[in-house]
Design a protein around this ligand. Structure first.
Ligand SMILES: *Cc1c(COP(=O)(O)O)cnc(C)c1O
Length: 373
């Protein structure tokens, strides 16, 4: 195999904030000079801007999305033995948060859209089931209608892992706003990323909001009085300022990712060896932000190697294993759809550093691989 001149890295951290560098330096200096580090105005301003972007009543910046989910579950009040149904195709953070939030994570299969399968949720419901944790994966929101219907019928709580889905919508309603609470991640590689760890919890419930605000700050209320056990998980004021600056241009970032997705779609739609994510305008119910472009591919491992030889980086999510395949976590379930998907799924490069020529080069390299099959 020839080594390629051209390089399309999967994601390049050195380039992620390249365009914002001078703006970030100004923010940094301003915050140093004001000495505004913890729970300051910049955080409150960002929380308000985020809440308004999502059309929710309350948003709280937290240390990261994993903490955010633990805080959300604690605020909701899981009891010992409460089962929470989640899709195995997710980061281990989703069930870890259920575990540390006091519940028992119950993994289920995903459907052809790579998202939690509502039929499998229904099959997994027992008299101990307390909640559902849909994961709005790859920047796409689940078809929430059957999930909301199940939750209603069985009196279950919904808490969304929307770590990958800021700005994604189902029937005009944003990911993260369907249940009692929703959580977002600002890890640097997320569509809205900061310069380290960061996350947010959102809710429309005033009582839950009060608890979330206290849980993230040592259990302190507005007057500084300790009124419950709490954690220390506050989004840094500095990170909030970086995020707020980027949120202002967020719609354009999302539109740009959608044009890249459309270009992959146009280039690759005719290839019978692939299953592509839905195209941006293919479905009136969904608005996707393309955190990831997750394809299914015949001869997946050979394709990955071929693309590597052409200088193209790809990724299999979660290190190649869905949650239930981690033996040490002790899940004893058969999830055939997820197992099948993990023999075929692959993330193609999808980030704002890419241009049309990069997408065309990746696409051409894929088509070239299958011409030899
Ligand atoms: C990134 C991610 C998380 C974890 O977010 P952190 O902010 O790193 O804690 C959780 N769930 C999903 C689906 C993710 O993609």
């Amino acid at each position: 195999m020839s080594t390629s001149e051209r390089k399309v890295p999967f994601f390049k951290y050195q380039r992620a904030f390249h365009n914002q560098e001078s703006q970030f330096v100004e923010i940094f200096q301003d915050i140093i000079r004001r000495g505004a580090f913890i729970l300051q105005r910049d955080l409150a301003d960002f929380e308000q801007a985020l809440a308004s972007y999502l059309g929710v009543k309350h948003a709280f910046g937290v240390g990261n999305a994993t903490d955010g989910m633990i805080i959300a579950w604690r605020a909701i009040g899981l009891c010992q033995g409460d089962e929470v149904i989640f899709p195995s195709h997710t980061m281990v953070a989703t069930p870890a948060a259920i575990h540390f939030g006091g519940g028992i994570p119950v993994p289920v299969d995903c459907g052809s859209d790579h998202l939690i399968d509502p039929t499998q949720i229904e099959n997994a419901i027992t008299d101990r089931t307390r909640a559902i944790a849909p994961v709005q994966l790859n920047g796409r929101t689940c078809n929430m209608d059957p999930i909301l219907e199940l939750a209603d019928r069985h009196q279950l709580i919904i808490m969304e892992d929307a770590a990958q889905a800021l700005g994604s919508r189902f029937k005009q309603r944003p990911a993260g706003t369907f249940g009692q609470a929703g959580v977002f991640s600002f890890y640097p590689a997320k569509v809205l990323g900061c310069l380290g760890d960061g996350g947010a919890v959102v809710t429309n419930d005033d009582e839950l909001a009060r608890k979330i605000g206290r849980l993230r700050d040592h259990g302190r209320d507005e007057s500084g009085e300790i009124c419950m056990w709490g954690m220390n998980s506050r989004l840094d004021n500095l990170q909030a300022a970086f995020l707020h600056a980027q949120l202002k241009g967020y719609r354009e970032v999302v539109e740009f990712r959608r044009t890249l997705a459309l270009r992959y779609q146009t280039n690759l739609a005719s290839c019978g060896h692939l299953a592509l994510p839905p195209a941006p305008e293919s479905d009136a119910d969904h608005f996707d932000v393309y955190q990831n472009y997750e394809i299914e591919a015949n001869y997946r491992d050979e394709l990955k190697t071929h693309l590597q030889s052409r200088g193209i980086g790809t990724l299999i999510q979660w290190g190649g294993k869905p949650v239930h395949q981690h033996e040490k976590l002790g899940f004893r379930v058969e999830l055939p759809a997820t197992d099948r998907l993990f023999a075929r799924c692959l993330l193609l490069p999808m980030n704002i550093c890419l241009g049309n020529d990069d997408i065309d080069y990746v696409s051409e390299s894929i088509l070239e691989f299958y011409r030899q099959r």
